[in-house]
Design a binder for this molecule. Structure first.
Ligand code: ADP
Ligand code: MG
Length: 451
């Protein structure tokens, strides 16, 4: 086995570290740029932040009833039954998760919505739900949607690997209703359409009045917050003194310093030229970023210099999943044995310990940048709402990246400390598991109680 030159390796690694570092000054600049883009988006001017009004405010906490909720917007599709007790507590007596087949994600819209209707049908049957009653359904659809009312909105553009034809520009509630009709499901009334961030905020604030922000860190990333309507000049015909949740669609934020690896990820994605922040932060892309760095090192002869490398499948796009980065990042064995096993399974055998250490360091470099950018976005929104950070702000966060990546949350909190010092404790990150589905039910309940 040939050993790479330790200095060449070290030099390259530290150059990469510099490339990926987000300093406190960088974060301050990002916060400023966020504010500019927010302002433009709220006014209806050209901006990378769409700032979409959701037509709902956060719930009061006394919403009641039983609802069916759908959660579509990433890796899995879920159907839930949600019961709200009217006292800020919710329970989920039934939930089914369905993996979305590639063929439905990338076929026609009719096929995708027929798949959704099929899942609802089997959910009703499996849970022996009486089809003689009528159920209000809340639809969490987590893509950029131009919302036109509580239960209406058109898809602006697909993200996160979806390309189903005939959906962009259409009202997704109408498409869902058509599919339900095609399958003869008559016991469902779609009463709310929500984005997952908005659902997450609603779910947490149902029992916690300090919650004024919702964030997703999963397959994709996005944020929403509570805005005074007088600060949304593009929204006409609403009481300026009231509040509305605004879905920022922050995954598309683009005032960012991108590396050559980020550009590669973007160019080989299904939506090149868009969603730059999402492609630097979210679970769908982090593994691929780390893989491109590793491939670069292998090609430069700085990593895995042994005979088995060629047999590994590291050369294939998306062969390193973000969950494996989690595994490597969390490998606490002295010889990084879990990482060795993972690499063995990839066909890369007999790796040197120093190579595994380096691999772990890259996962760290990529995930730390992600966490710091996520925290920068949150800091921007919190300081937009409350420049002096005088109040407490609970941020409801949902998504497997936040939940499962070792050290992710700690890295985010470090940023709040750097920016806000002793006031950092006024920002609480609250994991809101499955908040997106529950929250949509709360929104449906609030809509029903208004009528
Ligand atoms: P969704 O965003 O689709 O609603 P999740 O919040 O569960 O669903 O996010 C799923 C994404 O999270 C996966 O696509 C993957 O990128 C990432 N992920 C899943 N498991 C882990 C893990 N153990 N560590 C880090 N990221 C993970
Ligand atoms: Mg989700």
């Amino acid at each position: 086995m040939v050993s790479p030159s330790p200095t060449a390796r070290e030099e390259f690694v530290s150059s990469l570290e510099n490339l990926f570092t987000i300093s406190p000054d960088d974060i301050k600049a990002i916060v400023q740029d966020f504010h500019g883009e927010m302002r433009r988006g709220l006014s209806g001017h050209q901006s990378s932040l769409k700032m979409i009004p959701s037509f709902v405010d956060r719930p009061r906490g006394d919403e009641k009833g039983t609802f069916i909720a759908l959660d579509l917007g990433g890796t899995n599709f879920r159907v839930l039954a949600v019961v709200l007790d009217g006292k800020g507590n919710e329970s989920v007596p039934a939930v089914s998760t369905y993996a979305i087949p590639e063929k439905e994600m990338k076929g026609t819209g009719t096929e995708l919505f027929d798949f959704i209707a099929r899942c609802i049908d089997s959910f009703l049957t499996e849970n022996a739900i009486d089809r003689k009653n009528v159920y209000n359904l809340a639809f969490t659809f987590s893509f950029p949607v131009a919302q036109t009312g509580i239960a209406a909105g058109t898809l602006i553009v697909w993200t996160k690997g979806f390309t189903a034809t005939g959906v962009e520009g259409e009202d997704v509630v109408a498409l869902l209703n058509d599919a339900l009709r095609r399958r003869n499901i008559c016991c469902i009334n779609v009463t709310a359409l929500a984005n997952d961030t908005v659902g997450t905020l609603a779910a947490r604030s149902y029992g916690d009045p300090t919650c004024d922000m919702g964030v997703i860190l999963g397959t994709g990333t996005n944020g929403c917050y509570r805005e005074k309507i007088s600060n949304i000049p593009k929204l006409k015909g609403h009481d300026p003194d009231e509040y509305m949740i605004v879905n920022m669609e922050w995954g598309n934020f683009d005032k960012l310093r991108r590396t050559r690896y980020d550009k590669q990820v973007d160019e080989s994605s299904l939506n090149p030229g868009a969603m730059f922040l999402e492609k630097m932060v979210s679970g769908m892309y982090l593994g691929e970023l780390a893989r491109l760095i590793i491939m670069d090192l292998i090609e430069r002869g700085l990593l895995f210099l042994n005979e088995s490398t060629a047999a590994g499948n590291f050369g294939e796009k998306d062969s390193l999943k973000t969950q494996y980065m989690s595994l490597i990042a969390g490998d606490a064995t002295a010889d990084l044995g879990e990482t060795a096993t993972f690499l063995n399974n990839k066909g890369i055998t007999n790796t040197a310990l120093r190579d595994r250490i380096l691999l772990k360091r890259f996962c760290q470099i990529v995930s730390a940048r992600s966490a710091r950018l996520g925290a920068a976005a949150i800091s921007a929104v919190v300081t937009w709402m409350d420049p002096g950070l005088n109040e407490r702000h609970t941020v409801a966060v949902d998504g497997s990246l936040f939940e499962k990546y070792p050290g992710f949350e700690d890295e985010m909190k470090k940023v709040f400390k750097e920016l806000f010092g002793g006031s950092a404790g006024r920002i609480t990150l609250a994991h809101s598991k499955d908040g997106s589905g529950k929250g949509a039910a709360i929104i449906a309940a609030a809509a029903a109680s208004k009528k």
